[in-house]
Write a protein that binds this ligand. Sequence first.
Ligand SMILES: Nc1nc2c(ncn2[C@@H]2O[C@H](COP(=O)(O)OP(=O)(O)OP(=O)(O)O)[C@@H](O)[C@H]2O)c(=O)[nH]1
Length: 208
Amino acid sequence: MEAGDCSYQFRIALLGDAAVGKTSLLRRYVAGAPGAPEPEPDPDPEPTVGVEVYRRALQLRAGPRVKLCITRSFYRNVVGVLLVFDVTNRKSFEHIQDWHQEVMATQGPDKAIFLLVGHKSDLQTTRCVSAQEAEELAASLGMAFMETSAKSNSNVDLAFDTLANAIQQALQRGDIKLEEHWGGVRLIHKTHTSRSPSKKQHPGPCQC
Ligand SMILES: Nc1nc2c(ncn2[C@@H]2O[C@H](COP(=O)(O)OP(=O)(O)OP(=O)(O)O)[C@@H](O)[C@H]2O)c(=O)[nH]1
């Protein structure tokens, strides 16, 4: 596959307890796209209802471009999951394994790449989950760990970039496979998308 000939579409979900900051993280990431304004996290946003899809394109290190379709609640047919806890909320950390198991039970093992995210890293004085224990949990679940803050815009782009590049590497290794009826990953051949794409090889535009 030539990097310039095609691009990917990855479906990604952010999962975690209420109020850990999923919506703020997503909004910060999408607002960080070139040309977009950068809002402050909403100090008291309404709890999110329904499935909102956020989109942002990025360039993978290996060459291809990818469009991320990101939700904060829907986790069937996703290839990547950010498991988010709040570093100042111990319960949200303890629930991470439940979120992980729920994804595995919903779509089967070896279908998704995970990244553990300790969010609100700007709140150092009220932190109650150490980076070390989060690293240990991540290692035990076979995933990487990163701390982020939407408020101070720390590691927000890096978290999504890390997940997207890990997905691409898993695809290259064959650990994750393109499947015709699975929306987690789509491959879009740029030179063919505008004229009669074959269903198998050219799955078409974003449908997330
Ligand atoms: N200090 C700090 N506060 C944050 C950060 N991100 C979000 N918050 C605050 O945390 C609260 C919850 O943020 P949301 O983004 O609504 O969290 P959520 O996980 O989407 O919540 P639900 O919709 O209930 O699932 C809000 O008051 C945000 O302003 C951050 O990085 N640092």
